[in-house]
Design a protein around this ligand. Sequence first.
Ligand code: FAD
Length: 129
Amino acid sequence: MPDINPRQPSYLILGAGLAGLSLADALLRQGVCSPIVIADARDSFGNDRTWGFWDVYPHPYRSLVTRRWQHWSFASREASYLQSSTVTPYCYLPADRFYEDALTRVHAAPNCTLLLGTTIGRVVEEAIR
Ligand SMILES: Cc1cc2nc3c(=O)[nH]c(=O)nc-3n(C[C@H](O)[C@H](O)[C@H](O)COP(=O)(O)OP(=O)(O)OC[C@H]3O[C@@H](n4cnc5c(N)ncnc54)[C@H](O)[C@@H]3O)c2cc1C
């Protein structure tokens, strides 16, 4: 565990999923040097899901997308609609590619500690004095 200086902001991130890892990654990309500790109950990372989304906003994980569709259709028994967009294609991003990419920077950062096999039992909010 890194030394925690109460005068310096430090970050404890609960969960090393998409939200937790992308938050840690964003802090590192912004040059945050204060301690970042990420705790997760899991022991390892695998291809446990995929993310499908319309690529509307710029993000740092575009190069990890393995498939893009510029045409898609919605269909019911009554009707079918074909839609197209070259600007915001529908994307497919497998989780293992994201984990590997984000974890490379997390492991390389001297101020970042990843605690696996760590189950958080309870979170208590207290006022900061
Ligand atoms: C099969 C599947 C497909 C999906 N497809 C899409 C999709 O296409 N598009 C989309 O937007 N969403 C999809 N989702 C939803 C998906 O859950 C979210 O997109 C995203 O992964 C949520 O990120 P998260 O970090 O909040 O949660 P997660 O990625 O689930 O991460 C939460 C982390 O917290 C850890 N954790 C939980 N409780 C504790 C505890 N008490 N102590 C310690 N660690 C803990 C878990 O181990 C986990 O690693 C899909 C989900 C699944 C399961």
